[in-house]
Design a protein around this ligand. Structure first.
Ligand code: PEP
Ligand code: MN
Length: 340
């Protein structure tokens, strides 16, 4: 339930609404907006009748949020949320940041080299997995803590903020010490214990859509994180499982405008996992920018043929540099800009 205050409502009037909510055992959540303040009632399972509030001084209207997801919905918050993962690196505004880097952190030489390369080409954040969710237990599982330390080194060398994955509750706190933005991968999108932990950590979260998840599933998973008090969630479309074997996944670009209509949270596109083939990444990055993505995530490896994971979809540094040049043009065509 959302209590929308009139423009110019006084702090005392807002306090009265908050007190009424508290008296009923719920937590009020005042949200000052550009035009007016709204007060959310978190956790209403339909039992609270808000009609008495309509007569309170300063109250404009009481809205019952109809979607199963509440705090992530545009009904709850009309203005788009801007998630800042490091000073100046913002998702959800006019500028579109690019996150780039290898699938996995493999060595000091690899991560520092590629960090410098993607920075020179125009990326504003570095990605790289230290804990890798692999389909096979015999595949490379990541360097673990050592990988996080190498990411920290690459950050010191380049200044790029770090996006890296937390795979489980036990490791999430350690990842949060090193990450500027914690990635929760497609396979973990419905790991509700992990989502709750991520909601308590004070770091932005990049939440990837599960490979068989509906958009409602994705938004409900984001709701877990917001419900624990962390408003800084960036959603990510990374492709769905399909019957067609010509690409690794079916990259659902429609998710971008759909999510932007339903939610105020920013949505990033990942054409690397979305296609699985490096020669398709340029075309689908351009398409994602044109569709309105609030950020792009691209896997880049200094020597993709030697990569320990996702080499087939990793661009070379040269391909990535050309991609950024082209994305600047597409962004300009829709009155946006690639963040620099
Ligand atoms: C990744 O980003 O390398 C990754 C494992 O992604 P996803 O969870 O989308 O498969
Ligand atoms: Mn990968």
């Amino acid at each position: 339930m959302l209590v929308v205050m009139k423009q110019g409502a006084t702090p005392e009037q807002i306090d009265r609404v908050c007190a009424w909510i508290k008296e009923r055992g719920y937590t009020p959540q005042p949200m000052p907006g550009a035009q007016r303040t709204a007060v959310g009632l978190v956790g209403n399972d339909g039992r609270v009748d808000g009609s008495p509030l309509e007569d309170f001084p300063g109250v404009a209207e009481v809205i019952y949020v109809s979607n199963p997801y509440k705090q992530v919905s545009r009904e709850w918050k009309h203005e788009s949320t801007i998630v800042e993962i490091a000073p100046g690196v913002r998702f959800g505004g006019t500028d579109v940041p690019i996150i780039a880097g290898p699938c996995s952190v493999e060595s000091e030489e690899q991560i520092v080299t590629v960090a410098q390369q993607v920075k020179a080409a125009g990326a504003v954040a570095l990605r790289g997995g230290a804990f890798k969710p692999r389909s096979s237990p015999y595949s490379f599982q990541g360097l673990g803590k050592k990988g996080l330390e190498l990411l920290a080194l690459a950050k010191r060398e380049t200044g790029l903020p770090i996006v890296t994955e937390a795979m489980d509750e036990a490791g999430a706190e350690l990842v949060a010490e090193f990450a500027d933005c914690i990635q929760i991968g497609a396979r973990n999108m419905q790991n509700y214990s992990l989502l709750k932990v991520a909601g308590k950590l004070k770091k932005p979260v990049l939440l990837k859509r599960g490979m068989a998840a509906t958009i409602q599933d994705l938004l409900l998973s984001a709701e877990y994180i917001l419900a624990e008090g962390n408003p800084n969630v960036i959603l990510c479309e990374r492709g769905l499982r399909s019957f067609d074997t010509t690409s690794r996944n079916l990259f659902d670009l429609t998710a971008i405008p759909v999510v932007q209509q339903l939610s105020h949270l920013p949505i990033v596109a990942d054409p690397s996992h979305g296609t699985g083939r490096r020669d398709k990444v340029l075309a689908m990055s351009r398409a994602a920018i044109a569709a309105g993505a609030d950020g792009i995530l691209i896997e880049v490896h200094p020597r993709p043929e030697k990569a320990m994971s996702d080499g087939a979809q990793s661009q070379t540094p040269e391909q990535f540099a050309e991609t950024v040049v082209q994305l600047r043009r597409v962004a300009a065509a829709i009155d946006r800009a690639i963040a620099s």
